[in-house]
Design a protein. Structure first.
Length: 76
């Protein structure tokens, strides 16, 4: 999708989802701004990501089902 990213991870049970989202956003933004400095001027008043995120659990769904869903979301 053009306006969001799907990431399928299996973190340790003691890591908070908010901490994981913050790390992923921070590291990826730093790398993107290093590679493309002009982004800082064009996006979100200097911020690559919005402050929000969504986190869901797999429950009884298999990992292959989730991977298939994520793959089906790619632009064709």
């Amino acid at each position: 999708m053009l306006d969001h990213v799907h990431i399928f991870i299996t973190p340790p049970p003691f890591d908070a989802p908010s901490k994981i989202a913050k790390l992923l956003k921070g590291i990826s933004a730093r790398k993107m701004f290093t590679l493309f400095p002009c982004l800082r001027e064009d996006l979100w008043e200097g911020h690559l990501w919005s402050p929000s995120y969504y986190c869901g659990t797999a429950g009884t769904v298999s990992s292959s089902t989730i991977k298939h869903y994520i793959d089906s979301q790619r632009l064709k």
